[in-house]
Design a protein around this ligand. Structure first.
Ligand code: F6P
Length: 321
């Protein structure tokens, strides 16, 4: 019978991670486990003593807070087998038999290596990018989309007043899930994502059509991985001979109080992770299927990239006239 479990958050923080940490701790203690928090993600396994014994009160007053109280880090060491061995050994020394990893795909890969070394491991998807294959939604995505919408609404006010075109860069180094969701919900005229090659002539044609029918403004949402936003800006300015303003939203979109959706997801997923450990299960991550949260083999998310919803992309273009 397992007695001690641990939880860590890893990679880019995401709003709702705290709800998941709270759920792991409280469900864990209620189930009779000792629960330990590991600070600074996997990096906490290599640098001094980053283990904190958690009590019910350790996670009080955090459900509404963005970021992660456990702190987080990117730990490239975890791609090397020597460090994977060290990490597993460190957990074993601390008497930790079960681990909950809250993070994105890179963090899941690290978890897999620990699972292969005998640590029972369950993952919870926490990333604003929503790019994990096998789950429809990740913790943090909903809040980030709403933060981008908040920005689009404000840009719209000033864009309309000055009859200007705005380009807004949002996060998404390798994918455009955030850009698409926020662009569609925000009524953006064009959405540029790494998955679909863009054509600057087409973008300009759309803008010209808008100007001709006296459209007060246009907003172009660009995922950071789609191209250099300043090059795109220059090309549009030259072709249209008009004013275009650029806004880079940056890390603002990663912070903030989590939405109800992300708090619910964090609470449900964190709790399920502990239930699975209590059943002696391992090598799984928690995914959403419609309204349900379900366990899925960890390997499922590595086999192929999450498919980009091209139908939604086409819908966004059709609606933004
Ligand atoms: O966590 C994923 C992500 O938000 C990406 O969308 C973005 O490209 C990256 O993190 C930024 O990372 P950092 O905080 O290390 O600059």
């Amino acid at each position: 019978m397992m007695t001690k479990i641990a939880v860590l958050t890893s990679g880019g923080d995401a709003p709702g991670m705290n709800a998941a940490v709270r759920a792991v701790v409280r469900r864990g203690i209620s189930s009779g486990f000792k629960v330990c928090g590991i600070k600074r993600g996997y990096a906490g396994l290599f640098n001094g003593n980053q283990f904190v014994e958690m009590e019910m009160g350790s996670v009080a007053d955090i459900i509404h807070r963005g970021g992660t109280v456990l702190l987080t880090a990117r730990a490239p060491e975890m791609y090397q087998s020597e460090f994977q061995d060290k990490a597993a050994q460190r957990l074993t020394e601390e008497g930790i038999e079960g681990l909950v990893v809250i993070g994105g795909e890179g963090s899941f890969k690290g978890a897999m290596t620990l699972e292969q070394r005998g640590i029972k491991t369950i993952c919870v998807p926490g990333t604003i990018d929503n790019d994990i294959s096998g789950t429809e939604q990740t913790i943090g995505f909903d809040t980030a989309v709403n933060t981008i919408l908040w920005a689009i609404n404000r840009l719209r006010d000033t864009a309309t007043s000055h009859e200007r075109i705005f380009i807004l860069e949002v996060m998404g180094r390798n994918n455009g899930f955030l850009a698409l969701a926020a662009g569609l919900a925000g009524g953006a005229e064009s959405i540029l994502v790494p998955e679909i090659e863009y054509n600057i002539d087409e973008i300009c044609d759309r803008l010209i059509r808008g100007i001709k029918r006296k459209k007060a403004h246009s907003i172009i949402v660009v995922a950071e991985g789609a191209g250099d936003i300043y090059d795109i800006n220059r090309e549009i300015c030259e072709r249209l001979d008009t004013e275009v303003r650029v806004t880079v939203l940056g890390h603002i979109q990663r912070g903030g109080s989590p939405s109800a959706v992300d708090r619910l997801l964090g609470s449900r997923m964190g709790s399920m992770a502990v239930e699975l450990l209590a059943e002696g299960r391992s090598g799984l991550f928690i995914a959403t299927r419609g309204q349900e949260v379900v366990p899925v083999p960890l390997t499922a998310c590595f086999t192929e990239a999450r498919p980009f919803p091209e139908d939604l992309y086409r819908l966004a273009l059709t609606l933004a006239r």
